[in-house]
Design a protein around this ligand. Structure first.
Ligand SMILES: [Zn+2]
Length: 94
């Protein structure tokens, strides 16, 4: 009665991914732009920040939420219509 005891955790979410190279999100960030005026984004921890108009997009489980209505607007900007790119006419609100 041979019993190959290979202890295998039934549900292990921590799959050991290759630790070298860029994470998928880094690649994604290179291509992501602000949905407002397509300005480049900068990563700040768990946020993506538009380098032009300043809203912060939350990154949840490595998925950036690029919905502008759900972004955190920069200080002093209470309304999407007050964003610099909208005021400059480079972004449109539908
Ligand atoms: Zn922007």
């Amino acid at each position: 009665m041979s019993n190959p005891t290979t202890p295998e955790p039934s549900h292990d979410p921590s799959v050991s991914a290759g630790s070298s190279g860029r994470s998928p999100i880094e690649d994604l960030l290179d291509r992501l732009v602000c949905p407002m005026a397509h300005a480049p984004l900068r990563r700040e921890g768990e946020w993506l920040v538009c380098t032009r108009c300043g809203p912060r997009f939350a990154i949840v489980d490595d998925i950036p939420n690029m919905i502008i209505e759900e972004a955190t607007l920069p200080e002093g900007c209470a309304d999407l219509r007050r964003l610099p790119c909208v005021l400059a006419g480079d972004a449109r609100l539908d």
